[in-house]
Design a protein. Structure first.
Length: 337
């Protein structure tokens, strides 16, 4: 038990203290490779479907559950009424940066699992906030812990004290523990992938460097991922997906760490290299790129004019979107990990 506590303490302290240094070095190394070059992918996660609003739903809880920005999902604003039907579109270009392992794309706020080069799972995630970024690079899972104790780093204690919160030196396992029940520690910089006690805090740029998942999602990843599992943390705000059925999707995400984004000419270059330049509606592609909706949009010329208006009637979400559990907490918490 003592060794376990020491391991978690070192992991969490490093997550809060060393992540900034490692992030800067990794970001500088990765930026020249990842930016401006638009990657070509071949799968998308999620779907476009109809969702019936439940009694305790809020725009934030729906966005956290499915991984679509609430301002895109609820164009008319306000809280949706229970029983109302809304269209959820949580399609994302799946960044197969490795054939087997976990991939986290910071601008997407999404975590993907790949097996034999195919998408196996995808969940919304919360990643490091702009002033405390998640480091980029190649890692692997170095430890797996159930019901960890959180040894609160001094920097986080100070930050919370400024907010009038006395968190103490450590938080034992239980409903107050922001690490939740599952913690997967990575091999560099004290970064971890973990659950949360506040599911509505998912799908944000809000952590102190770690990657946060909803409890159900973290539990599934905990069982799917093995020790030494590769983990790639990438930064790709723009990606193109050419699917096997001929459909072409473009996703344009935000640029939270101000590392630069691809432009339309970069998308054209990627499409030309993939042999699909003449198959794309470039007026629509330009709109998708400019709008930065954080959703994969179909941009090929064969797309029906009213495709966005067509919905898949479904009271239940598709498997890749249903793993983030709804939260019945009354308010959105501050970030504590």
């Amino acid at each position: 038990m003592r060794r376990f506590c020491q391991h978690i303490a070192l992991t969490i302290v490093a997550c809060a203290a060393a992540v900034l240094v490692l992030s800067a070095a990794r970001a500088a190394e990765t930026a020249s490779k990842a930016l401006q070059a638009v990657p070509i992918r071949h799968e998308i996660s999620g779907d476009r479907f109809q969702y019936v609003v439940e009694d305790d739903d809020t725009p934030r809880s729906i966005a956290a559950r499915f991984g679509e920005p609430d301002e895109i999902m609820l164009l008319n604003g306000g809280d949706p009424e229970p029983g109302a039907k809304i269209v959820v579109d949580n399609r994302h270009v799946a960044p197969a940066a490795i054939a087997d392992g976990v991939v986290i794309n910071i601008p997407q706020r999404m975590l993907f699992v790949f097996r034999d080069g195919k998408l196996a799972a995808a969940w919304p995630a919360t990643v490091g906030r702009p002033d405390w970024p998640t480091p980029l690079g190649s890692f692997y899972i170095a430890s797996k812990r159930l019901n960890p104790t959180w040894h609160v780093p001094p920097a986080i204690q100070d930050e919370m004290a400024d907010e009038g919160i006395d968190v103490g030196d450590e938080v034992k396992p239980g409903p107050r523990n922001p690490l939740g029940k599952n913690f997967l520690g990575l091999d560099h910089g004290g970064i971890g992938i973990h659950a949360t006690n506040h599911p509505r805090s998912i799908y944000l740029f809000a952590s102190h460097g770690c990657i946060r998942l909803a409890p159900d999602s973290a539990g599934k990843l905990f069982h799917m991922a093995a020790n030494s599992e590769p983990v790639e943390i990438i930064y790709q705000p723009v990606a193109l997906a050419v699917l096997g059925d001929g459909r072409i999707f473009l996703e344009s995400d935000s640029n939270p760490y101000a590392m630069g984004v691809a432009h339309l000419q970069d998308v054209r270059q990627a499409a030309r290299a993939a042999g699909v330049e003449n198959s794309i509606d470039w007026e629509r592609a330009s709109r998708v790129l400019i709008m930065v909706e954080s959703v994969a949009r179909q941009i090929d010329k064969s797309r029906p004019p009213d495709a966005e208006a067509q919905t898949k009637a479904s009271a239940a979400p598709p498997p890749a979107a249903s793993d983030a559990a709804a939260d019945d907490a009354p308010s959105e918490p501050d970030d504590h990990d």
